[in-house]
Design a protein around this ligand. Structure first.
Ligand code: PLP
Length: 432
């Protein structure tokens, strides 16, 4: 499979190069040159296949012959070592729980897939120099990347996080793994971490020391495997006579965009709903037709605090850059922290369901959509386990949550992080 840059000023590349480079030299996002629907027979009989088989069928065309079949099947199996249940909440509403993986964030699937692809290429090419994955995190991404890449040969991971600004669980997930993972605790905000990472990628003085690559959500190997979830949900539907709608709480819009790939592959999805927090660039665009990125506003659903969603261009591409086409396939609603908290309270009291703020926004958006929809089954994506957001759950709920085994395994481990306060601190570390 070839990938082209959405800025159209860079050469087409292979799957391997798109994964290793992350972003095209013209700063554009990579996009597959074709998307071939899967057979209707396969889709109608999804429940007869294992998740591993389904995932292989989906991802195969995007990898092409660059990873041999047996190897790719092993990678997929290894990535998907946990469940993706749809939990019924109320009539016509289910929660697709994407948080049963090693770090309890939906980003586990993409991070694990990307790590194994990079590991495979590195091993094939017998590179004598390790690759260094450099990533800045505001919380969730770092843990998923650290765990996804743990122990992968030939790859080192360096994670920058803002000191005192990630939750205790998230910090432990970043700083206790050891091996090929190093955490740099930055005296600053998330934006400072992000700026340092961007500067490092363009810094020629680092070239002789490190081969740097990124693991953020614009990488195709993190983005495309997210299409799996929507098939796994469809497979669990008992009644397929209703029309199917997914509600996806969104920040960078990678997850929902992968859902639209699933739709292109033939999955019968009527349309998508997105819920955002007050960082509402996309819902505002759907309303007004004016696309206006904004500085981010901090909220309790902080993994969606994004003022300029990086994957939105891919969504536009999937709708031929035609806002009317987009409007007929995507509805958008946004919610304040108070509304998200009230929704968590409602879900807990009325349905005995513990949601965290991101999932709660997905639920609210879906409820809103269903007010005017008939004969429709809605599924919202619950993107993280509530234990990762203990300090912002509905009052009194945090105390009722038992620590899952994945969290128990890290919470009492000693933290190891290198403190840095400026860009020189980062380059000193990378050159050492
Ligand atoms: C990253 C993240 C999101 C947003 O996903 P996008 O693909 O960036 O839209 C939502 N919820 C949680 C918990 C996340 O970590």
């Amino acid at each position: 499979m070839k990938y082209f840059s959405l800025n159209e000023k860079a050469p087409d590349v292979s799957f391997r190069d798109a994964v290793v480079n992350g972003i095209a030299p013209d700063r554009g996002l990579y996009f597959p040159e074709s998307i071939t629907p899967l057979s209707q027979d396969f889709i109608n009989n999804l429940d007869k296949y294992s998740n591993d088989e389904i995932a292989y069928e989906i991802i195969q065309q995007f990898v092409g012959d660059e990873i041999p079949e047996q190897e790719l099947r092993t990678i997929v199996k290894d990535v998907l070592c946990f469940d993706f249940p749809v939990v019924p909440i109320e009539e016509n509403i289910g929660s697709l729980e994407l948080f049963h993986g090693p770090t309890m964030a939906f980003k586990d699937v993409g991070a694990r897939f990307m790590a194994r692809c990079l590991g495979y290429f590195n091993q094939q090419e017998k590179n004598d120099k390790d690759v260094t994955v450099l990533v800045a995190t505001s919380g969730d991404t770092g843990g998923a990347v650290a765990s996804g890449f743990l122990g992968v040969d030939g790859v080192n991971v360096v994670i920058l996080y803002p000191s005192g600004k990630v939750s205790e669980v998230q910090e432990k997930q970043l700083t206790t793994l050891g091996q090929n993972i190093t955490a740099l605790e930055v005296d600053g905000a998330f934006d400072d971490c992000q700026d340092m990472v961007k500067t490092a990628f363009l810094d020629p003085s680092l070239k002789e020391y490190r081969t740097l690559t990124s693991a953020n959500s614009i990488n195709i190997a993190r983005w495309l495997p997210q299409a799996f979830y929507f098939f796994f949900a469809y497979k669990q539907l008992k009644d397929t006579s209703k029309e199917l709608v997914f509600s996806v709480p969104s920040g960078n819009f990678g997850n929902i965009c992968a859902g639209m790939i699933a739709q292109k592959l033939g999955l019968p999805i009527k349309e998508f709903v997105t819920g955002t927090n007050v960082n509402r660039v996309v819902p505002a665009y759907l309303e007004s037709g004016i696309y206006e990125p904004k500085p981010t506003i901090a909220t309790i659903s902080n993994a969606m605090d994004v003022g300029a969603p990086s994957n939105f261009i891919r969504i536009e591409k999937l709708h031929d850059f035609d806002i009317e086409k987009l409007r007929s396939n995507l509805k958008g609603f946004s919610y304040t922290d108070e509304e998200a908290t009230a929704a968590m309270g409602h879900l807990h009291k009325k349905h005995q369901y513990v949601a965290e703020p991101h999932g709660a926004i997905g639920y609210l958006a879906l409820k809103n959509y269903l007010k005017t929809a008939e004969n429709t089954q809605g599924i919202f994506l619950e993107t993280a386990h509530p234990v990762k957001f203990l300090d912002v759950l509905y009052p009194g709920v945090a105390e009722t949550i038992e620590l899952p085994k994945q969290i128990k395994a890290v919470i009492d481990q000693p933290k190891t992080a290198i403190k840095i306060s400026d860009y020189k601190g980062l380059t000193d570390f990378l050159k050492s």
